[in-house]
Design a protein around this ligand. Structure first.
Ligand code: CA
Length: 227
């Protein structure tokens, strides 16, 4: 999952970015409304953390523009403590949730997890695919009850496929959603990661759909027909 943090307070931006990276997300940062709007308009983020008070273009305008342009990614806004009107404006502009400053990082992470899983149509923070269970709270993966050790790249890959279980995900989509801007985006690396992931999981839950991409599916469920 790839996220965008738009916050002009550099310390806060750094804290958010590193906490999110630590939690297993790929993260890009912007420090003003114009850059932030541009990134959200051109890159396929799975979720955005958007501060309301921003230089160049305020958060409400960024959000309104995205929604007018048809951008539907979940957006969590950061509002000042005593400005209830910001929250109202934020929701009206298309925000999905808010956190009031100053906040606890844990709350931001929990709200984000909830937004991401709702966007993907899941009811709980634990995703399962046959014998594989992925807990988005702890970033832990268990197969048949045995914990599996994954690198952060492998975890992101599995989490993305499991969030979109039953749907074919192309390599391009994976590259776009798993890596931040600065990453060397060679789609061959995806194949390498898929290979390692399969080996570690030891069960057949990731299928290759030739020419199209990959699909996470419980063993025994037939893959969708392709021409
Ligand atoms: Ca601010």
């Amino acid at each position: 999952m790839r996220l965008l943090v738009i916050e002009d307070d550099r310390d806060l931006n750094r804290q958010l970015t590193s906490a999110l990276e630590h939690a297993g997300y790929a993260v890009d940062s912007a420090f003003d409304g114009e850059d932030g709007h541009f990134l959200g308009d051109t890159e396929p983020y799975d979720g955005v953390i958007l501060d309301m008070g921003l230089p160049k273009m305020d958060g409400i305008r960024v959000l309104e523009k995205w929604r007018r342009e048809g951008r539907k990614m979940p957006v969590l806004i950061l509002t000042a403590r005593d400005r209830w009107s910001e929250k109202v404006q934020g929701f009206d502009a298309g925000a999905d949730d808010y956190v009031t400053k100053p906040f606890h990082m844990e709350e931001v992470l929990a709200r984000l997890r909830a937004l991401l899983r709702r966007a993907a149509g899941h009811a709980t923070s634990e995703l399962s695919c046959g014998p594989v269970i992925l807990d988005t709270r702890s970033s832990r993966v268990v197969v048949d009850g045995n914990p599996i050790r994954l690198t952060s790249h492998e975890y992101r890959l599995l989490a993305y496929l499991m969030h979109h279980q039953g749907r074919v995900v192309s390599r391009t989509e994976l590259v776009e959603h798993l890596y931040d801007q600065d990453f060397d985006r060679d789609s061959n690396t995806i194949e390498v990661f898929i290979g390692r992931l399969r080996k570690k999981l030891g069960v057949d839950v990731i299928e290759t759909v030739r020419g199209l991409g990959y699909i996470a599916q419980a063993p025994g469920v037939p893959a969708p027909k392709t021409k």
